[in-house]
Design a protein around this ligand. Structure first.
Ligand code: M6P
Ligand code: ZN
Length: 189
């Protein structure tokens, strides 16, 4: 970096239409077939087309995973849909390094961000265009799309955070977000 120069923005990255795109963006997607065991209603799950896309993530990870002090950025797009009465949602995770927090913020659509602490207390926040969500260190997080349109949110997390999916895979969240009479309800299990 030369002293006193005005440079182009970072690697021509753009939050174009608010979804991260550009060089070095890592795109991934989760289809129904990748989400076995995530939803409660296994019968409804089996009846869905296994190729249906549930959500996509576009991430910029400029540091090696595990690097202390770095930050990652990601856009997540969750399609509308349900498995039985449960909304399409992300897998959800604790951070492998429990000492790391994260920001989520809503870009488009209607969602609910579900939190769970180490004592399995569950709570949630509505996510919508412009909403900001601080995910405290040590708290698991998952997002469900409760609307009829795509839900888009952005995220910023530490390159030393990592993902721990094991706890959620084995024990799930202590409550599930289901639709009852057309409205989202957190149901303790
Ligand atoms: C956000 C970030 C990512 C995460 C993604 C999907 O973009 O929190 O770290 O991978 O959501 O969530 P999950 O990995 O739980 O499916
Ligand atoms: Zn996270």
């Amino acid at each position: 970096m030369l002293h006193n120069t005005i440079n182009e923005s970072l690697q021509n990255l753009k939050v174009d239409s608010s979804i991260l795109q550009g060089e070095d963006v890592i795109d991934s997607e989760k289809r129904i077939k990748d989400l076995e065991g995530v939803f409660a209603d296994t019968e409804a799950f089996k009846n869905l087309d296994s190729e249906t896309i549930v959500y996509k993530v576009h991430a910029f990870m400029p540091e090696e995973q595990g690097t202390r002090g770095g930050l990652y950025f990601g856009s997540t797009i969750i399609h509308p849909g349900k498995v039985g009465s449960e909304y399409f949602m992300t897998r959800g995770h604790f951070h492998a390094n429990l000492d790391t927090a994260e920001y989520y913020w809503g870009i488009e659509g209607n969602g609910i961000l579900i939190f769970m602490d180490k004592d399995r207390n569950v709570w949630a926040e509505r996510m919508e265009k412009g909403s900001l969500h601080y995910i405290q260190r040590g708290v698991a997080h998952r997002v469900a799309n409760v609307g009829n349109e795509e839900l888009i949110f952005n995220a910023c997390w530490g390159s030393d955070a990592g993902h721990n999916y094991d706890v959620i895979e084995h024990y799930g969240f202590a409550a599930r977000l289901i639709e009852v009479d057309g409205k989202p309800l957190l149901k303790q299990i």
